[in-house]
Structure formats: C-alpha cells, structure tokens
Design a protein around this ligand. Structure first.
Ligand code: CMC
Length: 430
C-alpha cells in the first residue's frame, strides 16, 4: 500500500467529563478520517453506524470515487478513459497489479486466461443437478466455491503460487461456468472455450454457438461487452466487495470468499438491480399501460414498498459516471445493431421524469449503472436473468484486488462489528 497518508492532527471527543484525543488523517484525494480504533478501549463506547454510512474499514490504493462530483477512477485512471481505450483483460490486470500491462504482460495474462479456461470435466456434471429454472447467480456462486475443492493448495497460505494463475483461473473459469449455466437453462449442449478467441469473444461464442448455427462474434457486441465489464470491474467498498473481504478476513480462501460476494451481488438493491430494471420496464408497459407518471407516484409513496430500480446510490449524489457511459453506449450499440427496443424510449422517459421531480432531486437520486446496462445486454441477446451474472464476471477482478489488498494489509484483522444489545436482560427459565 502506498504511503500517501497525511497526518492532520487530532480531534477531541468529550463525554461524561472525559476527553479523548483521536488522530485525524487524510488520503491522497483529501478525504478525511478520524481514527477511532482506541475508542472502546479508552471510553467503553462503540460507534453506532447501521449500513456503515460513515465507517471506513480500510485504506485502499485501488479505486477512488467522488460521489458528490461523479468521479470514478481505477488506480488513478478515469472510468471514461478506461472504457474508451482498454480491453477488459487489461483493466483486470490493472486492478490486480496496480498498473496497465505492457505488451508482454498482456500476452502472458491472456495466455493464462486461455490455458485456464476449461472446467474440470467432473464440474461439468454439477450443472445437471440444478433445475432448469435455477437462477444462474446461485449456480455461479456454487461453482466458485466448488472450484476451490479442485485446488486444495488454496487453503495453504505458505504455498506461494504465481498470483496470475490464481487470478486468471478464476476469471476464466467463472466466465466458462456462466456460459455453461446458461446453456443448461435452455437445454442446449455446452460449448467449450476456444483457444483462438479473446476473453469477451470467447464468452459470446460459448453463449451463442450451437451445433446448428455458424455463430460469428459481432465486433460491435464484443466491444460493447468489453466496455460493460470495465464499467462493472470495481467499486471500492461496496456491499459485495465488503462481503468478499469479510469472508476472507476469517482466513477463507479466495474462491470461497468470492462465492459469498456473488450471493451479495445477486441482491436487488445491489447488482441484481439490472435484472429488476428490465422487469420493471416490462411491467410498466404491461400493467401500467406505459404510464410513467403513475410509476413515479408509486415510487414516491412511502406506504408503497415499490422503488424505482436503477435509481439512487449510497455514494453518488450526482449522476453515476458509469451510467453516463452506459447510456451513451446503449444508444450507440442499439443503433449499430439496428435494434429498436421500445423499452429504451420508456427508460428515457422515466429518466426525464426522475430528473424533473423534486422528490428525486431533493434526495440526490439519479440513474445508476444498472439503469441502462440491461438494455444493452438485452440487445446483445443476453437473457434477463443473466444480467447480474454479467455484472459478476465484470466485478471479478475488483473482488480479487480487494481481497488481495485485505490479505496483505498489515493492519488487517478479522472483520467483527460490535452491537448495542437491546434484548431482555438476564432472566431465568424457572
Ligand atoms: N426509488 C424511490 N425512492 C428512493 C430510491 C428509489 N430507487 N432510492 C432511494 N430512495 C429514497 C428513500 O426512500 C429515502 O427516502 P427518505 O429520505 O424520504 O426516507 C432516500 O431516498 C434515501 O434512500 P436510502 O434507502 O436511505 O439510501 P441508501 O443509500 O441506503 O440506498 C440504494 C441506496 C441504491 C439501495 C437505493 O437508492 C435503492 O434502493 N435503489 C434502487 C435499487 C438499485 O438501483 N440498486 C443498484 C445500486 S447501483 C449498482 C450497485 O452498486 O450494485
């Protein structure tokens, strides 16, 4: 971890006649923090912060977000620039290693991705045991933890395996597992990875080739997929990354930790929102007759549990920079592919209504990444219940980078929040 922490002096906390002194510091982008590690020891008090709205759990070199302005950078590079100029595998390398790969590093990383892309043949049979309607996020999570059973050396931290093997194995095999899960769900034979295809092209080929078609990867679709996966690749201490790190902090292996992260991402308030956005738009057409006003009123009604999916974010209090790229891309890809989807028009109408409404403005609620990504996945032929799987494939390098940083953090300890107990005081069964 780079040493960019600046000492800003101290803050005082006074309670019950006693004052304690707490160190204050700032990071490389001037975010300030009070170091409260001594709080409980010195005062007997803990902090109370449900949802970790104000809790910094680590110092990190990986991703920077300014939610007020709408900035997202991986290792210092702006998300727009990365999406415009890089392939997903280069961004994966960047997140894991801290710098973009040179030509030789790119070649080696790609070769590792290629050589690790097969699943053990025994794993292929795991897919048969799931019902056809199994959600692919459940299957993917099960496959991630299953993968760890084939590599028992993961459990032995004394074995210094080349980190790129661990990383590319996971990136590559999870992509294969995702495509196999899809093929199983539609009753088609699986398509094995192909050594001549790059990372995204290989995935598309495994998804869409069949014995009775001559599927050729459309370069527009492959480029779009690269960009989408880059947009998903990391988002600092979000829910799933925190889960990955929490599980890892107990000493669980990387693949088991990521299996847990996949489950967290599946939730509709997190990555699962991309599936729910499309389902919401479809319902607006079928059940609300395309009446956006009615939907907006429902979202604002505190007696109605309905929320606009793809809107709002814990950190962004301005337009999500990923959503900006995703919106531009969505229009571009659909135009290039000649796809005319009525849901796109509806999404735009809904967005305009959100931006014009004081309820959303006063709460700083804007479209987030999930608002437009699903529409592009849909145009690419990816089925709705695979959208969050796409997010998971994209987020894989971020989870890995966060897990590795957690493992190597000299201040790292098992994650173990405290609580304020509010149940009955001691009582007796007699
Ligand atoms: N529709 C209607 N009202 C909303 C919405 C929404 N989508 N999101 C937040 N609000 C309201 C909420 O009711 C609350 O109002 P009030 O102050 O009157 O009680 C206020 O805005 C603050 O909301 P919150 O739930 O306290 O905010 P949070 O930071 O805890 O939640 C969120 C963030 C993303 C879970 C939430 O905005 C949400 O549920 N959005 C819809 C789901 C979604 O799109 N999730 C994807 C997030 S981006 C991708 C990712 O990171 O995984």
């Amino acid at each position: 971890m780079s040493d960019t922490i600046k000492d800003l002096g101290t803050a005082e906390l006074t309670f019950d006649g006693k004052t304690i002194i707490l160190p204050v510091f700032e990071g490389s982008e001037k975010e300030k923090a009070v170091d409260i590690r001594a709080l409980r020891k010195e005062t007997g008090m803990i902090t109370y912060d449900p949802g970790f709205m104000n809790t910094g759990c680590c110092k990190s070199d990986i991703t920077y977000i300014d939610g007020e302005v709408g900035i997202l950078r991986y290792r210092g590079y702006d998300i727009n620039e990365l999406a415009e100029n890089c392939e997903f595998v280069d961004v994966a390398y960047l997140l894991v290693h801290g710098s973009l790969p040179n030509k030789q590093q790119h070649t080696e990383f790609s070769e590792n991705l290629n050589s690790h892309s097969l699943l053990h043949e025994d794993m292929r049979h795991f897919f048969d045991a799931y019902p056809d309607h199994a959600h692919p996020m459940a299957t993917l999570s099960a496959m991630a933890v299953s993968l760890s059973t084939f590599y028992p050396e993961l459990e032995d931290s004394s074995i210094q395996e080349n980190i790129d093997f661990k990383v590319t194995r996971l990136l590559s095999k999870m992509r294969t597992a995702a495509a196999f899960a899809y093929k199983k769900s539609i009753g088609h034979p699986i398509v094995y990875p192909h050594h001549n295809l790059k990372y995204c092209e290989n995935f598309l080929n495994m998804m869409f080739r069949t014995p009775v078609n001559d599927y050729q990867v459309d370069p527009v679709v492959a480029t779009a997929l690269n960009k989408l996966l880059i947009l998903h690749a990391d988002h600092e201490q979000n829910c799933s990354a925190s889960v990955v790190k929490m599980v890892g902090s107990a000493g669980a292996n990387l693949y088991a930790s990521i299996s847990a992260g996949i489950c967290a991402l599946w939730g509709p308030l997190h990555g699962g929102a991309n599936q729910h956005v499309i389902e919401m738009l479809e319902r607006i057409i079928v059940e609300d007759d395309g009446d956006v006003k009615r939907v907006i009123e429902r979202a604002k009604d505190k007696n109605d549990p309905f929320r606009l999916m793809g809107v709002g974010h814990r950190v962004y209090k301005s337009y999500d920079p990923r959503a900006k790229v995703a919106k531009r891309m969505c229009k571009d890809v659909l135009a290039k592919m000649g796809v005319d989807d009525p849901l796109v028009e509806l999404a735009q109408e809904l967005e305009e209504a959100v931006l014009a409404d004081d309820y959303f403005a006063s709460r700083s609620l804007y479209p987030n990444i999930d608002f437009y990504t699903g529409l592009t996945y849909r145009a690419m032929g990816i089925p709705t219940d695979m959208f969050t799987v796409m997010f998971a494939i994209g987020r894989m390098p971020g989870w890995i980078a966060q897990w590795l940083e957690m493992r190597d953090d000299p201040h790292g300890r098992i994650g173990r929040p405290r609580q304020i107990y509010t149940g009955p005081t001691q009582r007796s069964v007699n």
